[in-house]
Design a protein around this ligand. Structure first.
Ligand SMILES: C[S@@+](CC[C@H](N)C(=O)[O-])C[C@H]1O[C@@H](n2cnc3c(N)ncnc32)[C@H](O)[C@@H]1O
Length: 224
């Protein structure tokens, strides 16, 4: 986030789904807005005129409280396809020209992560003698949806082969996809995708190694 912001001279950041503020409080951007129904830290310690906290679900924020536009929007709220796609559509409406959206957790690390709720993911791991709270839900379905229905958006899914702890995320910007070829799937087909279908749609994610993906982004997006 900081590399993107620094390179593109961004000044206004929105994070949806903030939890303990690990990312939000480390983002080096002058104006920052945070949205979460359940912050896990004392937000008043960080609040100032240019750093605002909206304790509410993202739907409420976008429909009633969002009063500005942003250069960089990080979507990391409720990890379901329906909510993440709604957050994405709302985010597009308040994304400035030359702005960037980052969607976290677009690739489940294992079958358990892709289950419908985090409780299920934890319980299913325990049932198999495993531990871990990782949960990406079915956010991955947002990628084929954007691929098929947003020809005017470009994106890459970043991964870092040198760091196995790096979770892939998808970076999007406004830009025609000259090679737009929707996959042969409608919304119902996308909705019914499961973890084991991921290899079949792997090419839709536009995977790139982290540094190469950022270079493509910087070559494609003009500074505001
Ligand atoms: C994975 S955590 C966010 C982690 C954080 N972005 C970070 O990098 O440290 C997901 C967060 O989404 C929040 N959340 C759940 N439903 C939400 C909603 N409808 N709108 C906004 N945030 C939501 C949860 O409360 C949780 O804190």
């Amino acid at each position: 986030m900081n590399k993107i912001a620094k390179h593109l001279g961004f000044t206004d950041y929105l994070e949806v789904g903030v939890q303990g503020g690990v990312t939000f409080n480390a983002v080096d951007i002058s104006h920052r807005d945070a949205v979460d129904p359940n912050f896990l830290f004392e937000t008043s310690e960080f609040e100032r005129e240019t750093v605002r906290f909206f304790q509410m679900p993202s739907d409420e924020f976008f429909s009633r409280h969002c009063d500005k536009t942003y250069d960089l929007i990080f979507l990391d709220g409720l990890h379901t396809f329906t909510q993440c796609f709604r957050d994405f559509c709302a985010a597009l409406q308040v994304l400035r020209e030359g702005g960037v959206i980052v969607i976290d957790d677009t690739v489940p690390g294992d079958l358990f992560s892709s289950l419908a709720t985090q409780d299920l993911a934890i319980a299913a791991r325990e049932a198999h003698g495993l531990t871990g709270r990782a949960w990406t839900g079915d956010v991955f379905k947002v990628i084929p949806t954007i691929h098929n229905y947003f020809p005017n958006l470009s994106y890459v899914t970043l991964r870092n082969p040198d760091n196995p702890m790096y979770k892939p995320n998808t970076v999007l910007w406004r830009g025609q996809r000259a090679d737009f070829h929707p996959a042969d799937m409608d919304l119902k087909d996308i909705e019914s995708l499961g973890y084991f279908d991921l290899p079949l749609i792997e090419n839709l994610f536009n995977y790139m190694d982290y540094e190469d993906g950022l270079s493509l982004l910087f070559d494609s997006v003009t500074k505001p």
